[in-house]
Design a protein around this ligand. Structure first.
Ligand SMILES: [Zn+2]
Length: 689
């Protein structure tokens, strides 16, 4: 499916943002005595002139925080002023719309009928927005099944597009479905029943699923804390209850339905207005159940997605890379531009963060500061390592240098494709119905692949339809597989693909029902399964392809009961080498490109017509790396015309030596400080597609 996007997004996005209107800064107790003067400065021509100098092409500003238009409209004049300053300099303007919370103290004064729009929890309470350090009792959650509320949001959208002339809508707060803390009003209960009755209209199917076929008295699950047994959503380790499974699926589909409705409304009003949503991208735990969020379902009608993860690039003492590479790779697969922050404790830290985005986030750097942008300061480390204050560049100076580098070499950054190689499946049903093993295997496999110098993509169920660009498919304890999924994987291997499976892959069906034997037994061979040696993958030829299996991913700690894995628990498994060997064996010398270097250097492999693009980022800020070899395997007749390294900190491009040995070209990168882009021009039959 070709994705329809506003034409201006193709140039990539470099943006700043300030989200909160003055009414909220005051109500939340955030406003200092000089808040109003600062607010005016944020909307001034001087602030916008700085943005133009920095190279910013989008500003996201405040608009609708849920207080109601009468309470918020005083601030619209400032939005118009900022918009005019921006548009006169070719900068687009995005506006904030809070989707899930309503500030009733003012809203009810102008819209008394809004009393009926709030969520009601299963215990009769009004769910409210709860920040990590604040109890925001005055911000109630809105019911996503309330038609009047959704029409009112559509009106807010119409006004900001037609009157305020926004170029992008930033939806914040897309989490009306936190499990155990969400709407159980009569509308929502009826809607859930309708969902079940439509999906299981066939009585025989309903009976097989639930044990009975009349679903008209089914209710959403209710949680309790029992004196002896926990039945709280935060204590669940797996979802076996079919209604709880369907409730999880329903919430994901409902959120996507609301998003789709609003997105289509926006595009009908003006197809050049971009749609952006802050999903937070909570990919380290079961977000299907906890957040009612299926990223792959939201993405098709969405252009940009925020992540507010804490995965700022870092090299831990154990040699593990903390990175945002997962989020960026997911964005690339889902054709969504990822928005993230770029802080920095010092120049090298900031450059590593910017380099990571240049390498992995398609077309964009992301958010390069608040407003006014020149007021950014280093977070800590006053003076910096061994330098007097006066010798330190400001964050502004570094960002400006890197943004201008990206603009100067835009031709190498826009319109790129990944090279395929290895596909790791984030499987919906396995991740939806468990909090533990499928998540651990997914996150640890991703960690191994990130630190292995091989090309890889993170894919979702939707991408299983076309695996033609991949040599290897990794199934990370993908326990819940339908017959259809089994057939897809079987056909892929039979036709010559490589498969590496781990853990409980194919042990259950899409309802998480246990199978008497592995569904992929024929492909994986007789030795696969629990109890096989985790230090040595089993290997089996199947059709034209190869299938490997690893029973466990070994970790120092017993993580079997942990909910997902937050970044502080990311590790390279003890049997990382067995996993890598399994991938390389399954690939059978068919990976087009690899990088031979230390585990602290990451690489992204992209193509454009006639070009290979290899981005390198060194996560180890304590030392530069030397003599990194890019191994490129060209089909017969292909040749490399030139290889050049670009570095934002270098004065000029650096020509690299290319050596040929049979079908393999070796391109040596003599030195990597923090980030380099290697541009490899090819010709002949082996030319990049
Ligand atoms: Zn409701």
């Amino acid at each position: 499916m070709v994705k329809r996007q506003p034409s201006w997004l193709k140039d990539g996005l470099i943006f700043v943002g300030h989200w909160e209107p003055m009414i909220y800064r005051r109500r939340a107790g955030q406003a200092g005595t000089d808040a109003w003067e600062h607010y005016l400065r944020e909307h001034s021509e001087e602030a916008v002139a700085e943005l133009a100098d920095l190279g910013v092409n989008l500003v996201i500003t405040h608009y609708h925080k849920g207080f109601g238009p009468a309470a918020e409209q005083d601030e619209y004049a400032l939005i118009r002023q900022l918009r005019d300053h921006c548009h006169s300099r070719g900068i687009k303007i995005g506006t904030y719309i809070r989707l899930d919370t309503l500030a009733y103290e003012t809203l009810l004064l102008e819209h008394p009928e809004a009393r009926d729009w709030f969520q009601v929890n299963w215990d009769g309470q009004y769910p409210v927005y709860n920040d990590s350090d604040q109890w925001l009792y005055y911000r109630r959650q809105a019911c996503p099944c309330c038609e009047e509320y959704l029409r009112w949001v559509e009106e807010r959208i119409r006004f900001v597009i037609e009157d305020l002339k926004a170029d992008l809508i930033h939806f914040d707060g897309v989490m009306p479905y936190l499990e155990g803390y969400q709407c159980n009003c009569d509308r929502c209960k009826a809607d859930f029943r309708r969902y079940l009755q439509t999906k299981y209209a066939d009585p025989a199917l309903a009976k097989e699923r639930f044990g009975f076929s009349d679903l008209s008295e089914v209710l959403p699950p209710v949680y309790i804390v029992h004196p002896y047994h926990p039945h709280s959503p935060k204590d669940l380790r797996e979802l076996r209850d079919p209604v709880l499974q369907e409730w999880t699926r329903y919430r994901c589909e409902k959120l996507a339905e609301v998003h789709r409705r609003l997105s289509r409304h926006i595009r009908r009003l003006n197809p050049e207005v971009a749609v952006e949503v802050n999903t937070l991208m909570p990919i380290t735990h079961n977000h299907y159940f906890r957040d009612g969020l299926d990223l792959a379902l939201i993405a098709p009608e969405n252009d940009c997605m925020w992540t507010e993860d804490s995965h700022h690039p870092e090299l831990t003492a154990e040699g593990v890379l903390i990175s945002r590479i997962r989020e960026f790779k997911i964005g690339r697969t889902l054709k969504n531009i990822i928005f993230s922050y770029h802080p920095g404790e010092n120049p090298a830290d900031l450059k590593r963060c910017l380099g990571q985005a240049l390498a992995f986030n398609a077309q964009t750097i992301g958010m390069v500061g608040g407003m006014p942008v020149s007021e950014d300061r280093w977070g800590s480390a006053p003076g910096g390592p061994g330098l007097p204050d006066s010798n330190w560049p400001t964050p502004y100076a570094i960002k400006r240098q890197w943004v201008h580098f990206r603009k100067e070499y835009a031709e190498h950054y826009l319109g790129t494709e990944t090279m395929g190689g290895v596909a790791l499946l984030r499987a919906r049903d396995s991740l939806s119905y468990s909090m533990t093993k499928p998540h651990h295997h997914t996150l640890l496999w991703e960690q191994v692949l990130i630190q292995s110098g091989v090309p890889f993509d993170i894919i979702f169920d939707q991408q299983l339809d076309d695996l033609s660009k991949y040599q290897v498919l990794v199934l990370p304890s993908t326990e819940c597989m339908s017959e259809g999924m089994l057939a897809v994987v079987r056909a892929f291997v039979e036709a010559g693909g490589g498969l590496v499976a781990s853990g409980d892959t194919s042990a259950r069906d899409e309802w998480k029902r246990r199978r008497p034997d592995l569904g992929l037994r024929d492909v994986l061979g007789p030795n696969a399964g629990r109890g096989s040696d985790p230090w040595h993958a089993t290997r089996q030829q199947y059709g034209q392809g190869r299938a490997a299996y690893v029973s466990e991913l070994l970790t120092e700690d017993d993580i079997s009961q942990w909910h997902g894995l937050s970044s502080s628990a990311w590790k390279l498994p003890k049997n990382t080498n067995a996993l890598r060997q399994a991938v390389l064996w399954a690939a059978g010398d068919r990976l087009a490109v690899t990088v031979e270097g230390p585990e602290t250097v990451v690489a992204e492999f992209l193509t454009q017509p006639g070009k290979y693009l290899v981005h390198l980022v060194n996560f180890d800020l304590s030392r530069a790396r030397h003599d990194l070899d890019i191994k490129l395997r060209l089909p017969r007749g292909g040749r490399v015309r030139s290889a050049v390294a670009l570095d934002p900190d270098a004065k000029r491009p650096e020509r690299l030596r290319v050596e040929r040995e049979g079908p393999v070209m070796t391109i040596r990168v003599p030195t990597l400080e923090i980030y380099k882009l290697i541009v490899i021009a090819t010709s002949g039959a082996g030319s990049a597609e």
